[in-house]
Write a protein that binds this ligand. Structure first.
Ligand SMILES: [Zn+2]
Length: 307
């Protein structure tokens, strides 16, 4: 089994990310980034206020099959695609939102592109050793009961607030992930590789397990079990620590409940040691750990934080 990682730096993907984030069309917009952009670029209030209409249109196109943003990832001409998939009036509003934001984005992009290219260089250099990842891929294959000969994962590198690192999968097309990375310190590549593997789990490994988990139990304390499983591996779970040298503390998934983190990591370690596939028993154990009264903590979903 091998995985080829590709790292892309695209202006259109970053431009989309900038506009949609400023519009705050979804509850998990990166507010740190908005604060940083609005201040450093002196974006006038009325430009932000005018994004409201764009935000309501985006909310109508947010399901995986009609996701408005997907055309900005890897398509040569997103506008040609958008013109086909939106009503004329909607298209015009989307287009105007981008035009109003463009001068600000351009100023930001000059600096951010350089930084993203550096990350692309650093990560591409590491990609050769990631390809076979002897310590990682066989373990994931056994945990999730997934086999393949070779796969390619495309990772789109995006803008971020200073010191910020986070990722998403499933929004930019099949087998592709998003990493917000531009202002994350370059001397911490282990954290970025941890994020990459975490998203790769969602991308290539945990689909079936997700189904099993949702059949077995409802959300455990606001967090989905497949998210807890991936977070118990990477970036800072036992597999991340062993294969990449990431540190156990400061994991935002579990940081409010240190005892819970140890229990969840310990449970995952048992499955790794016994070369067991994640099963109903695992799901039940996680739900049990999460439901202990001293450990109440919600979690945002589909959004992965590592810093
Ligand atoms: Zn995740």
């Amino acid at each position: 089994m091998e995985i080829t990682f590709r790292f892309k730096v695209e202006r259109s993907a970053n431009f989309y990310f900038f506009v949609q984030n400023l519009s705050e069309w979804e509850p998990w917009a990166r507010l740190e980034a908005n604060e940083f952009w609005r201040t450093s670029l002196a974006i006038p209030e009325d430009v932000i206020a005018n994004l409201k209409d764009f935000a309501s249109i985006h909310r109508m196109y947010q399901r995986p099959e009609n996701f408005l943003g997907r055309w900005f990832f890897g398509y040569k001409d997103p506008w040609k695609q958008l013109r086909r998939s939106l009503r004329p009036k909607e298209f015009e509003i989307v287009r105007n939102a981008f035009s109003a934001c463009e001068p600000f984005f351009n100023r930001l992009w000059i600096k951010e592109e350089k930084s993203l290219r550096k990350w692309q260089f650093i990560l591409t250099k590491r990609a050769a050793e990631l390809r076979l990842a002897k310590k990682i891929i066989p373990t994931l294959a056994s945990l999730y009961g997934v086999r393949f000969t070779s796969r390619t994962v495309t990772s789109h590198l995006l803008l971020s607030a200073p010191n910020y690192l986070s990722g998403t999968s499933g929004r930019s097309g099949d087998a592709s992930i998003i990493m917000e990375i531009s202002r994350f310190p370059k001397d911490k590549p282990a954290a970025v590789l941890g994020l990459l593997w975490h998203e790769t789990i969602h991308c290539l490994f945990d689909r079936q397990f997700k189904r099993l988990a949702s059949k077995t139990t409802r959300k455990a304390d606001g967090m989905r079990i497949h998210e807890i499983a991936a977070g118990s591996l990477f970036p800072r779970g036992p597999l991340g620590q062993r294969a990449l040298g990431t540190n156990p503390p400061n994991n935002r998934y579990f940081r409010d409940a240190p005892g819970m983190q140890e229990n969840l990591f310990g449970l995952m370690q048992t499955y790794i040691d016994q070369e067991r596939a994640l099963d109903r028993q695992y799901v039940k154990e996680v739900a049990k750990i999460k439901s202990r009264p001293e450990q109440s903590q919600g979690g945002r979903q589909d959004v992965d934080y590592t810093s």
